[in-house]
Ligand binder design. Sequence first.
Ligand code: ASC
Length: 153
Amino acid sequence: MPFKAIAFAAAASAAMLLSLPAAAQFAKPEDSIKYRQSALFMMGQHFGRIGAMVNGKAPYDAKAAQANADVVASLASLPWAGFGPGTDKGAPTKAKPGVWSEHAKFTEYSEKLQAEVAKLDAAAKTGNLDNLKTAFGAAANACKTCHDAYRAR
Ligand code: ASC
C-alpha cells in the first residue's frame, strides 16, 4: 500500500474511533438502555468517591481524586449514544419522554455536563481541595439539572 493510502487508512480509523459514541449501534433497545445505564452508573461511582472527599466523608487524597476525575471525564462522552430513537422502552428505565421529545435540550445538558467534568478533571490535577470543591459543585449541579428534568424518581 502506498504511503498516502496508509496515512489515509490510519486517519480514517482514528476518525472512526473518535466518532464511536455517536455512531455506536446497538442490537436492540435493551442493549442501548443497559449501555447508557452502565456508563452513568460507573460515572456515579467515581464521581461519588470525589464527593466523599469534598464533603469530608473521606480524607482528601489528591491522586485518588485525579484518578476518579479521569474516569468520570473519560466516560462522560458515552451515555448519550444510548438514548437513540426508540430506546424509551425495552428494559426498565427512568428516562422521561422529554429525553426524546426535547432532544436538543437534553443534548445541551449532556454537553454542559461534559464541559463541567472536563473542568473537574483539570481541577483535580491542581492538587488543591478548594479547586476540587468548586468544580465538583458545578459538575454535581449539571448532573442534577438533567436528572430533575429527564429522570423519573
Ligand atoms: C452523584 C450522583 C449523581 C449526582 C447528583 C448531583 O454523586 O450519582 O447523580 O452526584 O446527585 O446532584
